[in-house]
Design a protein around this ligand. Structure first.
Ligand code: ADP
Length: 455
């Protein structure tokens, strides 16, 4: 069980007045929690069966705009309902919100009661089921980076974002003293998440002023994705309560390092043995791991869209700031898109470094799994390891340069259409194309500052 409450323990907590509110939430295309707050008594008597939401939630953009061009929901179809079906295994206390519990939901078709294929949880579930049918449990972790600012969200709303004040004055990578100053937020975050049943490993300062990282212990892929979206929400909620703000944008400032969400991956046998480990291999990498990695490399460019879903995401991929620019593999080398960690140990694993903190973890893990499982099914051979500074190597596989290129590659990928479903691919390519259309249309500060006087 991923959460730490059952209906029974929730009922007892409601009786004692410990809990009075249950947040019932689904996950949208952007990886945000969307849903309703229930009075706990009503949740226990009725809400736990199901509730409903407008089906536009899986088509709107960041601004909740009703984006045209989707098959699943539109003005023509009248924007009907989805069923929100609570997954009671995910039910947990949220210690940082008084008297409050949270349960995550699956989204079901209102008529057929089938899971909506475009829902992020459904997309990941399908790939996990595929891995299990092959005899493997995907175990994953996401490392999440973000920036912390002294400003409150309300100040930023009222005064604009020009005076963002990072919580630190300097690059605080691994610094203890600077992060001591940040403990009112970070300690509350670690302990709050722990109390919510999320096994936090650590937090640390990151490689720019005001940047932080949080690590949660690796778990089965669905639990990791669920934890990831709860961690993001918790970070915002706790920062807000302290009058501060955080951002998970991939790149909030041209001059600053971007924020990543590296994805650590390994496959385990269904009886709990690390299937990526082979004592006889010089690196300790099994044949299975090599095929999985070969699949990830073969489809690296087809899957980037799910690791970098916005126009802004691609601004993170620049030379010398620890975000990769090349989709190649290397052992313990932070300049490669796919870094092997834990060589010659039971924890040997692939760290995909391409994803930004703005990724949707369900889609990112589903796409990575789909690519890796293709590699295993087709016994793809692993290309030679690259060594040295990948930023300087010419003629090796590049990460797509922008969202337009990534969306075109995903749209044209027969392998991803077959693995994730053609409708799913069309849906998320539409989301990407909308982001491109909007950014093509909008005049930015950059253009204004360059052109106003001199154009
Ligand atoms: P780093 O050197 O990058 O800081 P860590 O030792 O902190 O690496 O591990 C990073 C993440 O990898 C952690 O979230 C950890 O739980 C996860 N991890 C460790 N072993 C495995 C594994 N076998 N499969 C997947 N993830 C793993």
């Amino acid at each position: 069980m991923a959460g730490n409450l059952t209906l029974d323990t929730l009922s007892k907590a409601v009786e004692t007045g410990d809990i009075d509110t249950v947040i019932v939430a689904a996950v949208d295309m952007q990886g945000r929690l969307v849903g309703k707050r229930f009075h706990a008594a009503h949740f226990i008597s009725e809400g736990w069966h199901e509730t409903h939401c407008c089906n536009y939630l899986l088509t709107v953009d960041m601004e909740m705009f009703t984006v045209p061009g989707y098959k699943t929901a539109s003005w023509e179809k009248g924007y009907g309902d989805y069923i929100m079906k609570p997954d009671l295994d995910t039910m947990r206390r949220l210690p940082w919100l008084e008297g409050t519990a949270l349960v995550l939901c699956d989204l079901l078709d209102h008529h057929s009661h089938e899971e909506v294929p475009e829902s992020p949880r459904a997309i990941l579930k399908k790939q996990v089921a595929r891995a299990r049918a092959m005899g493997f449990e995907p175990m994953m972790a996401t490392e999440l980076e973000f920036y912390v600012f002294e400003n409150s969200y309300e100040t930023l709303r009222d005064q604009g974002t020009t005076n963002l004040a990072p919580i630190s004055a300097y690059n605080e990578d691994y610094h203890i003293f600077q992060t001591t100053k940040e403990e009112p937020l970070m300690r509350a975050l670690r302990n709050g998440l722990y109390g919510a049943g999320i096994p936090v490993e650590n937090t640390k300062g990151e490689a720019d002023a005001g940047q932080a990282e949080i690590n949660v212990r690796y778990l089965d892929a669905m639990s990791t994705a669920d934890n990831h979206v709860i961690v993001k929400t918790a970070t915002k909620e706790i920062a807000h309560a302290l009058g501060k703000s955080v951002t998970f944008m991939a790149k909030y400032d041209t001059a600053k390092g971007g924020s990543s969400s590296h994805v650590h991956q390994s496959l385990w046998t269904l009886d709990g043995k690390p299937a990526f480990r082979d004592d006889k291999d010089p690196r300790g990498m099994s044949a299975l791991m090599k095929h999985y990695l070969a699949g990830q490399l073969a489809y690296a460019r087809d899957t980037t869209l799910f690791l970098a879903p916005y126009v802004n995401s691609y601004k993170r991929f620049c030379v010398g700031l620890f975000a990769p620019t090349k989709a190649v593999w290397s052992c313990d080398n932070r300049t490669a898109g796919y870094r092997i960690c834990g060589e010659n140990t039971g924890a040997v694993r692939i760290e995909c470094r391409i994803g930004g903190a703005d990724l949707n973890p369900y889609l990112a893990m589903a796409a990575l799994l789909a690519a890796g499982l293709e590699g295993i099914e087709n016994k793809l051979p692993l290309e030679p390891e690259m060594t040295g500074d990948m930023y300087q190597l010419e003629g090796i596989r590049e990460i797509p340069k922008n969202l337009r290129e990534a969306a075109a590659l995903t749209a044209a990928s027969e392998a991803m259409r077959a693995a994730l479903g053609a409708d799913v691919i069309d849906h998320y390519v539409r989301a990407a194309r909308w982001e491109i259309e909007e950014s093509d249309r909008v005049v930015t500060d950059y253009e204004l500052n360059r052109g106003l006087e001199r154009a």
